[in-house]
Design a protein around this ligand. Structure first.
Ligand SMILES: [Zn+2]
Length: 248
């Protein structure tokens, strides 16, 4: 780096190796101080950087002939500081299916506008997930009920917000978790006894689905968490997903 000297040089010092070592520590300390002066929050006039990072989710629904591709791009505010925050900035939805084009464009524009307004934007997840299709919803893999395609877009946004740390899963207390594990083990032991009398053909399917979140075949719908995970044990319905039980 060139430094222009306007005054007369009246003296000089030679830079010693130990000075060079000392210098970077001063430089490193300086940026730590700087961000405390101004923490950038999301608001309408935050300009879109040239490049944004994001994720694309694929939605395959029996209500739609073609898959939907949902892209959510994020802005990183206060990068490199302790105030660093990643927030959704814009959303795009693409599909070969043009039947719903105008609604999808309108929805994505409004969602993007909400993202850029700032403040708490997580409320839109619940708003979208509560949309019911009068023609009926459908089940996702794992037995999760989707009341509409809009609700699934909401679920995708929720997943994305969880991925970037904007939404945190509610802490399930240790007792509930243990209870679910115990109930599940008991139910599976019960099922294994029955299955062994019939055939072993179900075994490979069980092994394949072990890594994805699935619940026993024939589970009923839980009204509390909208998942097919309700099983009947000792004349009592228990949800193996959220722990809900009719018998308390
Ligand atoms: Zn449940």
């Amino acid at each position: 780096m060139a430094i222009k000297i306007d005054k007369k040089i009246t003296g000089y010092n030679v830079v010693k190796p130990e000075d060079k070592v000392a210098a970077p520590t001063v430089a490193a300390a300086a940026p730590k101080e700087a961000p405390t002066a101004e923490v950038i929050q999301m608001h309408e006039s935050v300009e879109r950087p040239e490049t944004l990072v994001g994720s694309t989710f694929k939605i395959k629904s029996p209500l739609f002939e073609h898959a939907l591709y949902v892209t959510i791009n994020d802005i990183v505010l206060n990068a490199g500081t302790k105030y660093e925050q990643r927030r959704p900035f814009e959303i795009f939805i693409n599909s070969k299916n043009m039947d719903h084009f105008q609604w999808i464009v309108a929805l994505t524009r409004i969602l993007s506008a909400v993202f850029r307004k700032g403040g708490d934007v997580t409320f839109i997840v619940e708003e979208l997930k509560a949309v019911f299709d009068p023609r009926g919803g459908y089940f996702k893999a794992g037995g999760i009920y989707m009341p509409s395609i809009v609700a699934e877009i909401g679920a995708v946004i929720e997943q994305h917000m969880k991925n970037i740390g904007l939404i945190h899963d509610p802490e399930m207390d240790e007792a509930t978790r243990k209870l679910i594990a115990e109930k599940r083990a008991a139910y599976e032991a019960l099922g294994a006894k029955k299955n062994s009398e019939m055939s072993a053909s179900a075994a490979p399917a069980d092994a394949a689905s072990a890594d994805t979140l699935t619940f026993p075949a024939g589970s009923m719908m839980c009204d509390k968490c909208n998942t097919k995970a309700l099983v009947l044990m000792d004349n009592c319905q228990t949800c193996l997903n959220c722990g809900y039980s009719k018998c308390g």
